[in-house]
Design a protein around this ligand. Structure first.
Ligand code: LMR
Length: 397
């Protein structure tokens, strides 16, 4: 029956982790997947999360089905975190938020919804973008095009190219934007640049779909949501936000994300939400309880929320320190050209390493990175930094 099924290439990110796990060399380092590891090389269990987990275990919280769009305590807290607690959009009832199976689930539910609402639209993603963006939107039936974003010459933003390409998109095109900590490049827009993008998107009547997977991983939860807040203030009728707590709560496997749809009016938002619920019901029925309860428990307690903000700040400060350490040590190895790593934001850096250099890192040094040269700087620590830097210095020679 399946004789005609051909072998599908492995996923460039999660497939690499499979190879890493199978590698028996001691001292191997995985800079491939976007996961934050602490100084001891472990995925942290945040103290704020543990407190909720312990309370849930004590209460033996019943695990009935959640509503199709998730735990209300979770979706309401998410809206405040994403849009700001005093957002006029929230007061006007113009935001409908659903708990989803991770940020990827939010993207896919959003994509399926948009395919129903705007069947002829195209989707524009940045060049480059997260490897899975094209996969998700293509799977939902969209034609995916690209807009300029990254300038390999400067390792920074090609802002002119970005504006020029956005300016040629047909009205109604869905534009996928990374709110902060751009994946894979680590190159972000300034607030001033965001203002220009928002104005252009509004003028051209494009539909912004903002992917915010790293809120709090660069500057702080409000600062990193600047793009969302600017779109909210812009007077644009409709936009979409997918957000994830995988990184910010260190809850990768709990698949905690959310999809927020902004409609032109309260009534329109209710209609769109009814279609979101139908869409979710047709895929996985309703989200799971545990991860949502953990996030809701933290965000809805003033004390735990403060503790979480501190723990999040610790994670981002450690990433900044690792970026600085890598740049300094590479310079000491005679490679000062990597100073851009310190200007990039979030978990990732587009290192500029070629596919061949990445292959040598893996084969000769047991250091795993994505073939595009993307490295996860959040996997560096004081124990593996010297090894990684020495290996990079060796492969660029
Ligand atoms: C990544 O880009 O490494 C993460 O977002 C994990 C994933 O699902 O690809």
């Amino acid at each position: 029956l399946f004789a005609s099924v051909e072998m599908t290439p492995g996923d460039p990110i999660l497939g690499l982790t499979e190879a890493f796990v199978a590698d028996s060399r001691p001292g191997k380092v995985n800079l491939g997947v976007g996961i934050y590891y602490d100084e001891t090389g472990r995925i942290p269990m945040l103290r704020a999360v543990r407190q909720v987990e312990e309370a849930l275990a004590r209460e033996s919280w019943p695990r009935g089905y959640l509503p199709i769009d998730g735990l209300p305590a979770y979706t309401q807290a998410t809206q405040k975190l994403v849009f700001g607690p005093d957002s006029p959009l929230l007061a006007a009832g113009r935001v409908a938020t659903s708990q989803t199976v991770g940020g990827s689930g939010a993207l896919r539910v959003g994509a399926d919804l948009l395919k129903k609402a705007l069947p002829k639209a195209k989707v524009a993603i940045s060049r480059p973008s997260w490897e899975n963006h094209r996969v998700v939107f293509t799977a939902a039936g969209f034609e995916v095009v690209e807009y300029g974003y990254y300038d390999p010459a400067t390792h920074g933003l090609d802002f002119h190219g970005m504006l020029a390409d956005l300016g040629t998109l047909e009205p109604g095109t869905v534009v996928l934007l990374h709110a902060c900590c751009h994946n894979p490049t680590g190159v972000d827009l300034t607030v001033e640049q965001w203002k220009q993008v928002v104005a252009l998107v509004k003028e051209r009547n494009l539909l912004p779909f903002i992917d915010m997977a790293y809120q709090g991983f660069d500057k702080g939860t409000d600062e990193d949501a600047a793009a969302v807040r600017l779109f909210a203030e812009s007077g644009i009728d409709s936009f979409v936000v997918a957000n994830s707590y995988s990184k910010s709560f260190s809850l990768y496997g709990e698949r905690v994300g959310a999809l927020s749809i902004v409609g032109a009016t309260r009534e329109e938002t209710l209609r769109v939400q009814s279609l979101v619920k139908r869409t979710i019901r047709s895929i996985y029925s309703s989200p799971s309880t545990h991860g949502g309860a953990l996030v809701a428990g933290v965000l809805n307690s003033a004390e735990l929320r403060t503790l979480w903000e501190h723990e999040l700040a610790d994670m981002r400060e450690r990433i900044h320190a690792m970026r600085a350490g890598m740049v300094e040590k590479l310079a000491a190895h005679g490679a000062p050209q990597f100073d851009f790593i310190q200007r990039q934001a979030g978990m990732f850096s587009y290192s500029g390493l070629s596919k061949e250099q990445v292959d040598r890192l893996r084969e000769e040094h047991a250091i795993y990175a994505i073939g595009t040269g993307r490295i996860c700087v959040a996997a560096l620590n004081r124990n593996n930094l010297d090894t990684v830097v020495a290996a990079v210095a060796a492969v660029i020679r």
